[in-house]
Design a protein around this ligand. Structure first.
Ligand code: PLP
Length: 365
């Protein structure tokens, strides 16, 4: 091919999603396949969302690019100003917009490793230098991250709780970190799993925004709210920052259907509470199970567990796939001897545990 890409584009690899259910059924000739690979809500979405989808607004008309009705609902829910919100086609798009707005050659960005892949991916496209700071005992090493900041640093990414480790940074540590970060460096707190957190000392970043204008929060409707397929997420930040970012947003980046569904989802906090309780119960069950099998899971505040299986994660991945269960191998996620398992429904988890037992017991022999 003679077309000349930006040099960095030649080095990029496409995002590797969890394997789709239908593809696995076909490949292996299986009737039933369970996907515990993408941290989706296994309980679906609220009944109110189902109802709203049947009454969805006209598809021939462009959506309200400003997402006014949803904006109002989210502002009410979080007790922030409407002007503090930026909506995207998932928080993935907001990550892209932030990188476009702030990163270029001669700048750098600081992130943990391993962490969510899209910070690095989008920063690379903009030609920024990427400074990766290893997790310490599976947790963001905020002291080392502050030390990595220099005059060219534009964005520091804190994935809290972290994907793929499931671990979190507590309020005290996070506040001490914010105190040390220069005010001209943006701190992004990616809270894709924030609704799952049970820890009492998880930072209240919304409250902290009054103190730190350089703090931006990412939230999504893809995980707890069960709308991953509709692509909607948002950022909360200082009005001055949000108004700078707003012109970079494609004019109709979120759909009418997604906006309406998100309003319905947000309105049904009983569904959220129910899912949170189910997740917690199942998480304890799986943690106990793994420990009994001699596999140590990282402490998780999310709807997934990263667990050390003692051999390369690809082997566990393959063995589980043969049994109709899709997980993520840690190999591609930076934890070679781990798998990452999304916490499913009670029934899904039982099937997972039966298959995992079969495999690990055979390993011992
Ligand atoms: C899933 C996920 C996202 C992206 O979610 P969207 O579907 O794009 O809203 C962002 N950050 C983390 C850490 C995630 O796990």
């Amino acid at each position: 091919m003679n077309l000349k890409m930006k040099p960095v584009v030649d080095d990029l690899k496409p995002y590797e999603p969890g394997k789709p259910i239908e593809a696995v059924k076909e490949e292996l000739g299986l009737d039933s396949v369970i996907k515990l690979a993408s941290n989706e809500n296994p309980h679906g979405s609220s009944q109110a969302v189902q109802k709203q989808l049947q009454e969805a607004g006209a598809p021939n008309l462009y959506p309200d690019g400003h997402a006014q009705a949803l904006r109002q609902a989210v502002a009410d829910h979080l007790q922030v100003k409407e002007g503090q919100l930026l909506f995207g086609a998932g928080s993935d798009e907001v990550i892209l917009l932030l990188c476009r707005a702030m990163l270029a050659e001669q700048t750098n960005t600081v992130m943990a490793t391993p962490t969510f892949s899209q910070y690095k991916q989008n920063a690379a496209v903009e030609g920024a230098q990427i400074i990766e700071v290893p997790l310490k005992d599976g947790v963001h090493d905020l002291d080392a991250m502050v030390d990595a900041i220099d005059d060219e640093t534009r964005i520091v990414w804190i994935c809290n709780p972290n994907n793929p480790s499931g671990t979190y940074v507590n309020a005290e540590t996070f506040s001490a970190f914010m105190e040390r970060v220069p005010s001209d460096v943006l701190v992004v707190s990616d809270e894709a799993y924030g609704e799952y957190v049970e820890a009492g000392d998880y930072p209240d970043t919304i409250a902290m925004m009054n103190t730190y204008e350089n703090l931006l929060i990412l939230r999504t409707f893809s995980k707890m709210y069960g709308l991953a397929g509709l692509r909607i997420g948002f950022a909360v930040g200082a009005e001055a920052l949000i108004s700078k970012l707003e012109p970079l947003r494609p004019p109709f980046n979120t759909t009418t259907v997604a906006q309406e569904a998100a309003i319905a989802a947000l309105d049904d906090q009983a569904f959220v509470q129910d899912c949170r309780e189910k997740n917690l119960r199942e998480k304890y069950k799986l943690e106990t199970f793994f420990k009994e099998k001699g596999c140590m899971p990282y402490p998780s505040e999310t709807n997934f567990l990263l667990v050390n299986v003692g051999v390369n994660g690809d082997r566990a991945f393959d063995a589980l796939l043969q049994r109709g269960i899709i997980v993520r191998s840690g190999e591609a996620l930076g934890f070679a001897n781990c798998i990452r398992v999304s916490i499913g429904t009670e029934k899904e988890n039982e099937q997972f545990m039966a298959s995992f037992s079969e495999w690990i017991n055979a390993q011992d022999g």
